[in-house]
Design a protein around this ligand. Structure first.
Ligand code: ADP
Ligand code: MG
Length: 704
């Protein structure tokens, strides 16, 4: 390995058309116009766009770019792009010019009729448009295709309906900005001009050896293992978590960081996670739309760089049964353009009326719309994690910690909060170590929605999913709570009293959502039920939350989704679930029929031959024949379960698409898959390793 010196400050953002590049390249007036657009959200005129496009192209060509693409995020969970080269029609001389117009920069028409639209557009009216999101800077991606100028865009239909993750996200950011500004003004803030949700997502992932990956059809088609017995050792020793990073993985991380820094992603923290072969990367938080784009870039870059190191990156929520799966922690706060974090409690939160109002509004929002928040983290992979003692339960609750929990209790019991608990000193008991200042609040890893000092951490999100959906929900539900508070406060003559009364009212009315205990415990499940909190265990049960009257009213009020858009999204979710389970079931059928059963049949033949020859030789064959009958018995079980799975999977395909089909996959196909897995995993434990037709869990997670 070369010890080539990388100066992070030099490479950071070198492939981004960022503020520095714009300032250097654009005429002053154009630069000012663009900044105004970015900051105030005005429309860009075509003349300005032409100049920007020209300069962007020149910059990109200097960096070796031959193509540009409108980079967008359809409802597939991944990003999409169609590349166009910069060349124009050949001149009479036979040469070509390189061109890129303002029109091409701000609007694209990729057709793209095959993306999920949930019935929003039929293929015959397939026009879909991409529009430049100039608040997220363009960047150059370098890969096997050469250098490509990527322009982050939103994707919508001919009629302007959102077909992607970005459009509703931008709409929700506007909503929360407007309502937060109302609230700030009421508290006498006259200087801030804008409020942006800041988001820092921590991304978990697995790395496995590429050669082994390629020997497993389940990993190839479904992204997770569908069969697999536990190795003798799992994660019980906790020796992987925060452990020394293996050299092969360390080399991957180094490359990954450098690639990310070049495109302006502030990759900051990396470490080994709980499960063997599991890792995490966290960037520094950024405005929500940039964080969403960057998270997509992080996931794509992880996959690409892993291949370079002979590995595969698994982003599935549950690649291996029996060890932890992967998620994403979505850290969220509200920050003004002049740097005020509205979720900062200060040293004496009980005196900070603005903070207490913000906090109780968030409690109200989460309590009212727990079902929506839960839905925003629903995906087929997360069904394996939520509530399985490795990720938060499927019940939404809010962790406030000791200090804020205490302030809330004072408010609820006496209507007045008079003091805040202090953090004090953390005494280590070792003379040579300094005593550390202790946080006023401990961590609670089992809570789905935890206050962590000056932000909320939503811990339910699946590792593969875009973080757009949870942030759309967060922004909009909090905008609603702020709006309702402002409606009251703007009308009052006695502001201080009205604020005080609202805080008290919200704290009392929404106390059921606050839970500071162990979210993994059985007792909490029972307690939550007593409190009337929803416990939505699966994706198919979560989807209806999107189209309730409550949800439609919320999203229409803040112009984030229309009813039609919500219905289309619910439809897409049902389809996504049905398709995912169908692929998994068919992959299991394929593996069992073509690999596992044939291998076991060969093995039983060898065993039978052994039994006969040992018997002929006059020795004791009880061990051999015992094993033979055990294996044969499990083989029969396997074959029976396989046939049952084939039957229900065929039936599922015939069902009416949408809720009916998705529920059938959940209720009938999924249990049939588990029933097939059980005997196969037991067989894996007892047959000769040489006979088993694919690498085991041990091979995959301990030998990276
Ligand atoms: P952990 O929660 O594992 O201790 P960190 O404290 O390092 O992790 O933070 C995790 C993520 O939270 C990082 O992406 C970080 O940038 C982000 N973060 C920190 N402060 C804020 C904030 N005020 N708003 C949003 N995200 C934040
Ligand atoms: Mg965290």
């Amino acid at each position: 390995m070369s010890a080539e010196l990388v100066k992070v400050a030099d490479i950071f953002g070198e492939n981004v058309f960022n503020d520095t590049a714009m300032q250097e390249r654009l005429p002053k007036k154009v630069y000012k116009n663009l900044k105004k657009t970015i900051e105030e959200g005005n429309e860009l005129d075509l003349e300005t766009a032409d100049v920007i496009a020209h300069e962007m192209k020149e910059w990109a060509i200097e960096k070796g770019a031959t193509h540009y693409t409108h980079w967008f995020q359809p409802l597939t969970g991944v990003t999409a792009e169609k590349h166009d080269s910069f060349i124009s029609a050949p001149l009479p001389s036979g040469k070509v010019l390189m061109s890129f117009s303002g029109k091409e920069l701000i609007k694209g028409e990729p057709d793209a009729s095959s993306f999920p639209s949930g019935g929003l557009r039929a293929t015959f009216e397939a026009r879909g448009y991409t529009a430049w999101d100039c608040t997220s800077p363009a960047f150059i991606r370098q890969d096997a295709a050469g250098a490509t100028l990527c322009i982050p865009t939103a994707f919508c239909s001919y009629k302007g309906e959102a077909l992607d993750q970005k459009t509703p996200l931008l709409r929700s950011m506007e909503a929360i900005c407007i309502q937060s500004m109302r609230l700030l003004r009421l508290f006498g803030n006259t200087t801030s001009r804008k409020v942006t949700p800041s988001v820092g997502p921590e991304q978990e992932y697995f790395l496995v050896d590429a050669n082994k990956f390629l020997q497993r059809k389940d990993l190839i088609y479904a992204g997770r293992t569908l069969f697999g017995a536990m190795p003798p050792k799992g994660q019980e020793m906790d020796d992987h978590y925060f452990g020394t990073i293996r050299q092969r993985v360390a080399a991957f991380m180094k490359d990954l960081n450098e690639e990310l820094w070049k495109v302006g992603v502030s990759a900051k923290t990396q470490h080994n996670e709980v499960a063997p072969a599991q890792h995490e990367l966290a960037p520094i938080y950024a405005p929500a739309n940039i964080a969403v784009d960057h998270n997509q870039l992080i996931m794509q870059t992880m996959k690409r760089i892993a291949c370079r190191h002979g590995m595969k990156c698994l982003l599935h929520e549950k690649p291996f049964a029996g060890v932890n799966g992967s998620g994403k922690h979505n850290n969220w706060s509200l920050v003004t353009d002049d740097g005020i974090n509205m979720l900062e409690p200060g040293k004496t939160p009980h005196e900070n009326m603005q903070f207490l109002l913000v906090l109780t509004c968030i409690l109200k929002a989460v309590n009212k719309h727990a079902d929506l928040l839960r839905e925003s983290a629903a995906d087929p992979g997360n069904d394996h994690r939520l509530g399985a003692n490795e990720a938060p339960p499927a019940i939404i609750s809010v962790f406030l910690g000791e200090q804020l929990g205490d302030v809330m209790e004072q408010l609820i019991s006496t209507g007045e909060a008079t003091h805040s608990l202090k953090g004090g000193k953390l005494e280590t008991g070792v003379k040579t170590l300094p005593d550390l200042a202790k946080d006023a609040t401990d961590r609670n890893r089992t809570s789905p929605f935890a206050f962590t000092g000056n932000k909320f951490e939503f811990r339910m999100v699946g590792s593969r999913d875009s973080i757009a959906a949870p942030n759309v929900v967060l922004n909009t539900i909090v905008a609603e709570a702020f709006a309702e508070a402002c409606d009251v406060l703007e009308e009052t003559d006695d502001f201080d009293k009205a604020v005080h009364d609202l805080i008290k009212e919200y704290a009392i009315e929404n106390q059921r959502i606050v839970f500071n205990g162990d979210g993994y415990s059985e007792a909490w499940v029972a307690e939550a039920e007593r409190r009337g909190l929803p416990n939505i265990k699966s994706m198919v049960e979560a989807i209806p939350a999107m189209t309730t009257d409550k949800a439609v009213e919320l999203f229409e009020k803040f112009c984030v989704f229309t009813k039609v858009e919500l219905e289309s999204r619910a439809e897409i979710q049902y389809e996504a679930y049905a398709k995912a389970i169908n692929i998994e079931a068919r992959t299991m059928i394929d593996m069992a029929s073509k690999q596992i059963i044939p291998a076991i049949m060969k093995y039983t033949k060898t065993l039978a031959d052994t039994v006969l020859s040992v018997k002929e030789a006059g020795a004791d064959v009880s061990v051999q024949s015992g094993l033979l009958s055990e294996v044969s018995g499990l083989l029969v079980e396997t074959k029976t379960a396989l046939e049952a799975l084939i039957k229900v999977t065929d039936e599922a395909a015939e069902k009416e698409e949408g809720a009916v089909q998705a529920n059938f996959y959940h209720d009938e196909v999924f249990p049939a898959m588990e029933a097939l897995r059980a005997p196969v995993d037991r067989l894996e434990m007892i047959v000769d390793k040489d006979v088993w037709p694919m690498p085991s869990y041990g091979d995959l997670i301990f030998e990276v």
